[in-house]
Ligand binder design. Structure first.
Ligand SMILES: Nc1ncnc2c1ncn2[C@@H]1O[C@H](COP(=O)(O)OP(=O)(O)OP(=O)(O)O)[C@@H](O)[C@H]1O
Ligand SMILES: [Mg+2]
Length: 468
């Protein structure tokens, strides 16, 4: 059998070659004890190879008597050896002892196979009338009172009674074997099924580990690929944009109407492409943990005012109102100015894209606390002390989203299906970058939304701690 294969369980008797493997010795001894108590006969159970498994006997006086004589002890040892090695094949074996006693050796069979044997005796055949010659040969002076009394003390059993007692004992042992074997098989089956379950689990775990390693490898390749390609594209693209700007500015001579239009399109599309490439580069840097933040204290209100100034022309063009609601004296937020502007612009850009004419966008900042959790020992979450923080909100009265979309929109390249999304273009990278940037600042981002009512993104970032 090759490794890894499991052997089928032998539901026949494959396992039961030896009695002692199935039947509990204690249970066998109990059966022998009650046999002895009921009938006063010594009884022993031996395994197929002669190992003594249970033994309840009483040393007979006649045995003690002959064992005191050298010749008697030797003859006794010979008899015992014979009894021990007797192998009854089907029928019982009756072994005479030189004292006149008798041993009855019976096979123990189970489902047609011999698995052990039992020995009843010594007992005196009921028909015994005189001191046997074999005893006289060992000790010619035996015919004294002591020896005769000792012999008379040996239990007398008629042949048919001996047969019935043996049959009775065999039945009890058969029953014991049957129930023990059943329990044995059940537990074997249980062990085998557990083993099989474990093997399957180990195989699946190995496969999963392999798939995980492969995915990790692919993910790394993808990040490297994105980083390299983006980097290689950026340099020629900056030239394209630069030259189109120069053409637009008339550095290479005046442009006729259509020429100007074409150059403008080249510049606009170039700008778009550059924004996309920058996003990809940002994302791969964030994924690789290679983005360094340059943190400094920043005024929340100033940040929001800046965003409004940037978006005001688009808002006017689209007839959407955009305003700021933030106190002047809010604590400073501890962030990287370039990256925080990126976060807020992305959110404002989305709000602008998904808010129809006549709608409104509100940028808010309020003081709050940031309570972070940290995994402690034994998987317990240790609550860190609350840190002062600023919560920025970008709320719009736009298209809104269904609840089931709210967790997916932070995935890279994910865009909610529908014509409005496609109409607005974009690559679906904005929010995934925003989320990673917020996390890099140890902050949190949440979203609430209702279809056709509007969406609010809130970003909570640590404030600069002031010693008061
Ligand atoms: N304020 C919002 N209102 C309604 N839907 C939104 C809003 N903000 C984001 N979404 C949905 O989430 C999707 C993902 O936003 P995300 O900013 O990541 O990508 P994008 O804006 O489509 O593209 P990009 O930001 O890369 O230009 C959007 O396509 C849109 O479907
Ligand atoms: Mg976006």
């Amino acid at each position: 059998m090759t490794q890894g294969q499991t052997s089928a369980i032998d539901l026949t008797l494959g396992d039961l070659a030896r009695l002692e493997e199935v039947v509990d010795r204690e249970a066998l001894s109990d059966v022998c004890r009650s046999f002895f108590e009921l009938f006063g006969l010594s009884i022993r159970v031996l395994s197929k190879d002669g190992t003594l498994l249970a033994d309840v006997h009483q040393e007979r006086e006649i045995c003690q008597y002959v064992n005191r004589l050298p010749a008697g002890a030797a003859a006794c040892a010979r008899t015992v050896a014979q009894v021990k090695t007797a192998t009854p094949d089907g029928a019982p074996v009756l072994l005479p002892c030189f004292t006149g006693g008798r041993y009855r050796v019976e096979p123990i069979r189970y489902q047609g196979r011999q698995v052990g044997r039992f020995v009843i005796g010594p007992y005196l055949p009921a028909e015994t009338r005189a001191v046997p010659r074999s005893l006289l040969e060992i000790d010619p002076g035996v015919v004294d009172d002591d020896a005769l009394r000792a012999l008379a003390e040996m239990p007398r059993v008629r042949p048919e009674t001996a047969g019935r007692l043996a049959a009775h004992f065999r039945k009890v042992v058969d029953l014991l074997l049957f129930s023990s074997h059943r329990a044995h098989l059940t537990s074997e089956m249980h062990v085998a099924s557990v083993r099989e379950g474990y093997r399957e689990l180990a195989e699946k775990t190995a496969n999963l580990q392999q798939a995980y390693n492969r995915l990790k490898e692919l993910d790394k390749l993808k990040s490297n690929f994105l980083a390299t390609v983006s980097h290689e594209l950026r340099t020629p693209l900056t030239s394209i944009i630069g030259y189109s700007e120069m053409l637009e500015a008339g550095i290479a001579g005046d442009l006729a109407g259509e020429q100007r239009e074409f150059v403008e399109t080249i510049r606009r599309k170039g700008d778009h492409l550059l924004a996309l490439i920058t996003s990809l580069l940002d994302l791969s840097k964030l994924e690789q943990g290679a983005l360094r933040l340059q943190r400094e204290p920043l005024s929340p209100k100033a940040l929001l005012d800046e965003i409004v100034t940037t978006f005001m022309p688009r808002a006017r063009e689209k007839s959407v109102s955009i305003s700021v609601d933030a106190a002047d004296d809010l604590p400073a937020v501890d962030g990287d100015p370039v990256r925080l502007r990126q976060v807020l612009s992305n959110l404002a850009d989305n709000a602008m894209k998904f808010t129809p004419e006549g709608g409104s966008i509100m940028l808010r900042a309020v003081e709050t606390d940031l309570v972070g959790g940290e995994d402690g020992e034994m998987g317990m979450v240790l609550m860190a002390a609350a840190r002062p923080a600023i919560r920025f909100e970008v709320a719009d009265s736009g298209a809104g989203m269904k609840q089931e979309e709210l967790t997916r929109i932070f995935d890279a390249f994910y865009q909610v299906d529908g014509s409005s999304t496609r109409e607005h273009g974009g690559a679906g990278l904005g929010l995934s970058i925003v989320k990673r940037l917020v996390n890099a600042h140890e902050g949190e981002i949440h979203v609430t939304s209702e279809v056709d009512v509007g969406t609010t993104f809130s970003v909570t970032l640590p404030a600069v701690e002031t010693d008061l």
